[in-house]
Design a protein around this ligand. Structure first.
Ligand code: AMP
Ligand code: MG
Length: 316
């Protein structure tokens, strides 16, 4: 199959509306979308990514008003989060309407819903006839794609269309809160921080899958994720002495360790999040065997970076 690459949200939406798979930019990472009501198109997403069929997809809507098309019983906690944090990098798990095909939710009675704030994503979703089911646009198990070239590298020839945009500004997948249970449960950390969520929903609980080193509990979290080919070594503290090896790399917030050719010092946790997956991919392209990753402080988006690093290291 030839992948049609376009800069036009309207052209990309026309592809999706006739049943094709379309990768598109969002503020978190690039997504690979299909019309939620076309089970065959959704099946094509799983096939292109090599994604296990018990891993549910997130449904993307252009405006909060459309959540009712896919979910029912929007309770008070969900209402608060929608009013305060949509559109943005937050997914809510809600009870699903029976009209949403089981393949989208991997047979669960719930559905994850997100409303991206990215202008191109929003324009694209606005031209789509229905909500769009979309996981991250990468081969299953690999780091998510944060720019269109990476999407093309992983999925060119396997998907129908790629809507090009600028690199994702956040760089990590959305925060996920399950509002179908009481009290609400944080399933995945992301750019919407735990601190911010607890301000709005003080009773929210945190799933063990969000606590590095604990057994994953929620669907899709049991799989190896975000992994480069290289081995990941986590560093708890700044490390000035690492083996001077041309096949090793380092990324972190402190001063660069000496002797490593491939090092990237980030100046903030936001920058660390934005560049992390791209750095993994660059390391793979440069035949790096070991990537030393300094763990950022456990606050704000730092928790999400730590979560992805633990998972990439196979420690969660
Ligand atoms: P991705 O878009 O590739 O990050 O994958 C979406 C992730 O969202 C899945 O791996 C699940 O962990 C989570 N998810 C989606 N729908 C649900 C749901 N109904 N219940 C719990 N988690 C969900
Ligand atoms: Mg993914």
């Amino acid at each position: 199959m030839q992948t049609f690459v376009t800069d036009s949200p309207e052209e990309a939406a026309a592809c999706l509306n006739r049943g094709e798979t379309v990768a598109f930019p969002t503020e978190t990472v690039y997504g690979l979308g299909a019309d939620i009501f076309r089970a065959e198109s959704i099946a094509a997403i799983f096939k292109a990514k090599g994604r296990p069929s018990d891993n549910p997809l997130i449904v993307h809507v252009q405006s909060p008003d459309m959540i009712n098309e896919v979910a029912r019983e929007i309770n008070e906690a969900a209402r608060i989060l929608i009013d305060r944090l949509f559109p943005g990098p937050l997914t809510l798990v809600l009870k699903k309407r029976s009209s949403v095909p089981d393949i989208v939710s991997a047979g669960l009675p719930t559905v994850g819903v997100r409303c991206p704030s990215h202008p191109i994503a929003s324009a694209f979703l606005g031209f789509c006839d229905h909500p769009v089911a979309a996981p991250s646009a990468n081969l299953s198990g690999r780091p998510s794609s944060t720019d269109w070239k990476t999407v093309y590298h992983d999925l060119g020839g396997k998907i129908d269309c790629l809507l090009r945009g600028a690199p994702s500004t956040i760089g990590l997948e959305s925060t996920i809160v399950d509002c179908s249970v009481a009290p609400p449960l944080l399933l995945r950390s992301g750019a919407v921080s735990i601190e911010r969520l607890l301000e709005l929903i003080p009773e929210m609980k945190i799933a063990t899958s969000c606590l590095p080193g604990q057994a994953p509990k929620s669907p899709g979290m049991k799989y190896r994720h975000y992994s480069p080919e290289a081995a990941i070594v986590l560093l708890d503290a700044p490390s000035l002495q690492l083996p001077a090896d041309p096949h090793s790399a380092w990324i972190g917030l402190s001063a660069l360790p000496e002797g490593l050719m491939h090092s990237l010092r980030c100046h903030s946790a936001d920058e660390y999040a934005r560049v992390l997956f791209g750095f993994f991919r660059t390391c793979d392209a440069q035949n790096i065997h070991t990537i030393y990753c300094e763990l950022p402080p456990e606050q704000g988006i730092g928790r999400a970076i730590r979560d992805r690093l633990f998972k990439a290291a196979g420690k969660n």
